[in-house]
Design a protein around this ligand. Sequence first.
Ligand SMILES: [Fe+2]
Length: 405
Amino acid sequence: MWDEEIDLYAVKEVRTRTTAYLGAGAIAKMKDIAAALKARGVTSVLCVTGGHSYKLTGAWDHVVAACDEQGIRITLYDRVTPNPTTDSIDEAAKLGAEAGAQAVIAIGGGSPIDAGKSAAILLANPGHTAREVYSFTFVPEKAVPIVVINQTHGTGSEVNRFAVATITDLNYKPAIAYDCLYPLYSIDDPALMVKLSPAQTRYVSIDAVNHVIEAATSIVANPLSVLLAQETIRLVAEYLPRAIENPGDLRARYCLAYAAMIGGTAFDNGLLHFTHALEHPLSAVKPELAHGLGLSMLLPAVIRQCYPARPHVLAQILQPVVPGLKGMPDEALTAARGVETWLASVGVAQKLTDEGFGEGDIERLCDLVEKTPSLGLLLSVAPVPGTRDRVAAIYRESLTPLPKA
Ligand SMILES: [Fe+2]
């Protein structure tokens, strides 16, 4: 297959609605991107990031050098946390507005990218807050140009129109989707991803797998979302074990980065449903919970519910992780167990009880699914009706491993 032969160091331009640069060394494209921003009249940018990896990977040095060369001033906001809050987005945007920022450069994984995208909305719409955006009381039509330097291989946010943030006091973690949120440019450089820990490596890759399973089975799934789902799962099945075994395996990181990128385009087309709608309340209530871990605990029960409605598509796309499915509706439990076994084989065997959730939390989680803005919309495109009973059944079945055959 192409993935065993491709030159990792040949930086390829991948065009979706975003122009993305893929390949080891793609970070050097920052030079061209800064020149393109300057040509648009940008003289001041807000850089949104968090943690230390933006410096440790060398990404920051490239951004500074590229912007310096073009005379672009950088204002740094580096306090984005995992599961970013609307408050932190307001803080970042305020800093950017004070500096007259005309574009945003986000560096990191899903959290800094989504915070950066959201700050780009606020910079283009002075007087509004992130809380308004995530409560849907303000519907934006514009954002300042967004550049993404992606440092994980899961979110897909670098090539699509989605962003997620938490309204802390309400425990709401809604998703927004606007055309103005497509990044203008993105960089997917696998050399920036080799320092991801084995746990992060697992969780972000499982995020990508969830994106495509949902995008291929929703009621708005299209042939492209199914095609991309098949390739994403093939690549993750092949290269996730390699990246866990040897984090510096650049070919594995390249293929996982590409898998996550096309997964982002898959759900830009086919949207998301059960696993994301039910995970967001988990990590809203427990912000330290990794998004990918939350998804992983729910996925087998979601497969069991959805398989009878989409047996052919699921049998086809799951083939690399659950071989032998025939596409018969009565295989739902077999498919769900197969996915659970595969998740355990890549080191993610946890279920909700292991992370502190119990039977007593289910009603509250169901309430959050119903009340959190946007999650009802996700459930409305699920392949089977997203009733409260079904949502509760998925949470309940995700407390512990599925019954063995
Ligand atoms: Fe996700």
